[in-house]
Design a protein around this ligand. Structure first.
Ligand SMILES: Cc1ncc(COP(=O)(O)O)c(C=O)c1O
Length: 271
């Protein structure tokens, strides 16, 4: 943890680039060598996307590795109307994202893309006699799984990813991005139209964070737990600016406008 620098965010929950540059300067001044900047495409709490183009420019001038955590947000790139939100991601040295989120694959199906295959392999490959690279034979011509990551034995996760992509295709999957982001905007509009509800973060992707006017943190947490336990709706909670917040992350392709309206109506019936 002592090597980690948390960078403040701006009012839209995006990384504060002045704060980043100040942290880099302070580290250099103290004799440290910054080597990695991690940007986020879709933060967990509110779905904010950093200015990845501006981050890439800082990365270039500092000559550091640029990783983007795009666990769910990177796949906004599947949607022609939302891909612009991830602009700049193409400059990353590595991008991590999950097929088990917006692309509907069952748990777990994380993925990391690394631009430079030689650096990737050099990071993990170990010189053991029984895993030597062979030009031919059963394991000839291909890297061992542990040349590409920590695991040697691993399951065939790629099968379900391949089946999903080949069955549905990127156009239909991109359509899910559009639909769920549209539903998030619908929820935001319902919240904005209602005196008892307050939107607590801008809605850029498919996550909507909101509160109930006059409700304490305990009341908010109890209401969400009731909705979950009664099997009605499954928002989660998070903390924004010190306040317990209702968080709706709309990911499932089966979610409809009626579900969104039902959530709002159900909450209003209980406040
Ligand atoms: C931005 C972000 N990073 C990381 C994670 C963790 O991903 P995983 O659970 O696949 O490790 C998530 C969500 O779970 C996420 O939304």
């Amino acid at each position: 943890m002592s090597a980690l620098r948390k960078i403040p965010v701006d009012e839209n929950f995006r990384m504060d680039l002045d704060g980043l540059q100040a942290a880099i300067a302070a580290d250099k001044q103290a004799g440290y060598t910054p080597f990695l900047i991690v940007g986020t495409a879709g933060t967990v709490d509110v779905g904010a996307v950093d200015d990845l183009t501006a981050l890439a420019a800082i990365v270039k001038s500092e000559d550091v590795w640029f990783h983007v955590d795009g666990a769910f947000g990177a796949l906004a790139a599947l949607s022609p109307t939302h891909a612009r939100l991830t602009a700049g991601i193409e400059h990353a040295d590595s991008v991590a994202f999950d097929f088990h989120k917006w692309t509907q694959v069952t748990y777990d199906a994380g993925c990391v893309l690394i631009r430079d295959p030689a650096l990737h392999q050099a990071t993990f490959t170990q010189a053991t006699g029984y895993l030597a690279a062979a030009p031919r034979g059963l394991a000839g011509g291909a890297p061992w799984p542990c040349d590409l990551g920590p695991d040697l034995s691993r399951g065939f996760r790629a099968l379900k990813v391949w089946m999903t992509l080949s069955t549905y295709g990127s156009e239909l999957l991109g359509g899910i991005v559009n639909t769920t982001c549209g539903l998030a905007q619908r929820l935001a509009a319902r919240i904005n139209a209602c005196d008892r509800l307050e939107l607590l973060a801008p809605v850029k992707l498919n996550i909507v964070c909101f509160g109930i006017t006059g409700f304490s943190d305990e009341q908010t947490a109890a209401l969400v737990a009731d909705l979950q336990e009664e099997g009605l709706f499954v928002p989660s909670t998070t903390t924004i600016k010190g306040r317990t917040t209702i968080r709706a992350a709309i990911v499932n392709h089966r979610t409809t406008a009626a579900d969104i309206d039902g959530l709002v109506d159900e909450i209003l019936s209980r406040v």
